[in-house]
Design a protein around this ligand. Structure first.
Ligand code: SAH
Length: 355
């Protein structure tokens, strides 16, 4: 299995949930590799003490308990909230005292999607996003990413899908994100199918290239576009100054051709900002030669920086969507789940901002 890790993450710095059985064995019991498998199987059950690992020798349990201060998890849930629409949001404390948020969304068909964070805060500075206000604090380890799944699972039921759409920019932490994808997908582990895992990026071109050329697990790719006008996008999403639209477009085209897969273009609809007929035509022109579906996300309030945004009216959402359909584009509309608990898209902020 380890041969799949094309970007090396650092096993010594991981919690146990960020390790494959072989790595657990290498760290704690190199002469008896099967012990790694035994420990891994207990972790799969979500045990929260080493004493519960009954078929593991006491000596080894003690050794691990010392290394991890008695708890196989490096993170803990300190608050949970549930919205009327069933959305559950968790506030999770990391070992160094920082906080992240994770959300579980349940749709009409009963599908449960874990929306997980990849960083504490975010460096990308998208003007309409609450997480951006925190600035960047640090990358999460693979273990901290995987542990979010287990916490959500225990509190709100087993997620069937995973989206990297919580706090942070996943492609700016690509080594740990890929390791976590491998762990989610691992045939002797959680076995989440690649088509049920989506990585969402603000458009880091080198990361998209890495996914195109090197990722052996065909996860889905979503790109937050939000404007197909280069100048406007640079104002709304500063990353566009480094990776402008023509370069992003080239990378996406190459992704679609090389992988044969469809991408999602996420478009946060900002009232009176990017919801005009011209904006729609620009979006259609950008998407035309990509194998893409457009996901329309009505803006959720929360961010309070110098730019002021309006929520789009129902009328303008419907008008924009039907214009896109007339242009021949495939679209999906995202419903506003989790807003009652500030758990919708772009509203996650951890503790330092929500306090
Ligand atoms: N950094 C990644 C993933 C996190 S954001 C990315 O940019 O894709 C997840 C999604 O929420 C993105 O599509 C983002 O554009 C969107 N989003 C951010 N703030 C929002 C807000 N206030 N309302 C609605 N969607 C928002």
């Amino acid at each position: 299995m380890l041969q799949h890790s094309f970007i090396k993450s650092n096993p010594e710095k991981q919690g146990l949930y960020g390790l494959f059985p072989e790595e657990i064995a290498q760290l704690f019991s190199p002469s008896t590799p099967f012990r790694g498998r035994q420990v891994f199987d207990w972790l799969l059950k979500g045990v929260d003490s080493f004493e519960e690992m009954l078929n593991v020798p006491k000596q080894l349990r003690l050794k691990m308990s010392e290394a991890f201060e008695g708890n196989p998890f490096t993170t803990s849930v300190t608050e949970q909230q549930q919205d009327d629409d069933g959305t559950v949001k968790l506030l999770i404390r990391l070992q160094d005292g920082l906080y992240i948020e994770s959300v579980l969304l349940t749709d009409e068909e009963g599908r449960k999607t874990a929306c997980i964070s990849s960083q504490v805060g975010c460096a990308m500075g998208c003007t309409f996003c609450k997480t951006a206000e925190m600035g960047f604090q640090r990358n999460l380890t693979a273990s901290e990413i995987v542990e979010q799944f287990y916490h959500l699972s225990r509190i709100a039921g087993n997620p069937s899908h995973i989206v990297y759409m919580g706090m942070g920019e996943p492609l700016a932490n690509i080594g740990e994100v890929i390791k976590s994808v491998e762990l989610f997908h691992y045939p002797k582990g959680l076995q989440i199918s690649a088509r049920k895992i989506t990585i969402s990026t603000c458009g880091l071109v080198h990361g998209i290239k890495t996914l195109t050329e090197e990722l052996s697990i065909p996860v889905k790719l979503a790109v937050s576009l939000t404007s197909a006008d280069n100048e406007q996008r640079s104002v709304l999403m500063p990353i566009n100054r480094r990776h402008p639209l023509p370069i992003l477009h080239r990378a996406l085209k190459s992704y679609c051709i090389t992988t044969g897969k469809r991408i999602t273009l996420e478009y946060v609809l900002l009232g009176d900002e990017n919801d005009s007929e011209i904006a729609c035509r620009e979006l259609a022109a950008f998407a035309k030669d990509l194998n893409a579906v457009i996901n329309i996300i009505p803006w959720n309030p929360g961010a309070e920086n110098e730019m002021h945004f309006n929520e789009p009216s129902q009328q303008s959402i419907s008008r924009f969507c039907s214009l896109l359909e007339k242009e021949g584009l495939r679209i999906t509309r995202r419903y506003r789940r989790g807003r009652g608990i500030n758990g919708a898209c772009g509203q996650l902020a951890g503790k330092s901002v929500s306090d």
